[in-house]
Design a protein around this ligand. Sequence first.
Ligand code: HEM
Length: 403
Amino acid sequence: MRQFLSERLPLEAFSAHLRKPLPKHINLLFSLGSLAMFLLLLQAATGAFLAFYYSPSPEHAHNAVTYISEEVPFGAFVRGLHHWGASAMVIIVVLHLLRVVLYSSYKAPRELTWIFGVLLLLIVLGFGFTGYLLPWDEKAYWATVVGVEIASTAPGLGDFVAKVMRGGTEIGAVTLSRFYALHTIWLPWLVFGLVGVHLFFVRYYGSSGTPKNTPEEMKTGKPFYPHQVFEDAVGMLILFVILAVVALFVPVPLEDVADPTNADYDPRPEWYFLFLFQLLKYFQGPFEVIGTFVIPTVGMLLLLFLPFLDRSERAVLWKRPIALTVTSVCVVGIVVLTILGGTSKKLETTDAAVQETSQPTEQIQGATTSDTETEEVEEGEAVFDFQLTEEEIEGARAVEESQ
Ligand code: HEM
């Protein structure tokens, strides 16, 4: 068999390529990229299973998810793997990014590997955002209302982007179809395409190793196959066991079915968006756009072009004082904002945001916010609390029932 294949395929050359030695000082942190790859495949496999039973319509989505969790054999387990796997993916990808920063592996000639990595990070977050709506429960609906409103504040294209995301003026059946299409078709194609390019660069330039390596030591480490492959496989097994235990013992939350008239709901995004959510609270009125658009966009652009901005010599992070300070401030800032966002009560924001965010509800209701309600919202301390009058809620129910 081997003979048959090697007469037809360049097996020897491929095997020699895999056995090429890696740089000498490589440690466990160099398995994080492979772990991200593993999680991506696990998400694809578990997602394909969930898609067998899921139905992307407001009438069926919540029932389908309940059915998966309660009736389908291993449904709760697979849903658990997919749900906790998404969080694990974000953690592992961020750790992988920090490992690359730690050893300044983004420096020449690996700038493109880095840029494609940042795009991958954005796509991973895109999976999280689009997947959050799919169970069509209260948190899914209201977090998406806020998320889309945030997108709409972007100068120029904001309204257009929000309209495309919603597929109209309110969150509903078309929004759910679009998010489902993005989550299961557009983003998977994009992610596998970009991972392909990312890995091509990784193999083409070879591993950067740590800055400790002398030029000779770059080619005197253990071979990729079988040594590194074995270590990566052990890492994947450990990660899978942890995820399986979590999936078995920690149920995935599912709230009541989405109710656009639930005036008291306190919207909250997935934990990895909490820092952005918290950031909004510090920018009120005309400054709102700084929290919703300027800081996130500038932050992303700086991250994207980091290899061109950091002109220091290649060295480990603690020998680069500026990079160390910037990285520490960013990491501590994001962690603190995440904790504050998770523990705080309702999202405080500007009057404008309240008015705009409650718009979809008003449109469903065919009513406008009452005077009493507007008076309740004091400048500088307004909240996303969607307070509506009894009549408005009744009106909304009547419209919903007639649909
Ligand atoms: C789906 C997400 C990702 C996957 C599957 C992935 C996969 C990988 C793999 C398998 C490696 C080689 C092993 C290693 O060095 O750990 C690697 C290297 C690399 N990755 Fe990623 N990666 C992802 C996201 C990112 C992100 C978010 C960044 C940074 C913004 C990034 C930047 C890099 C760089 C610069 C290298 C080369 C490191 C070196 O040569 O030492 N990657 N990636």
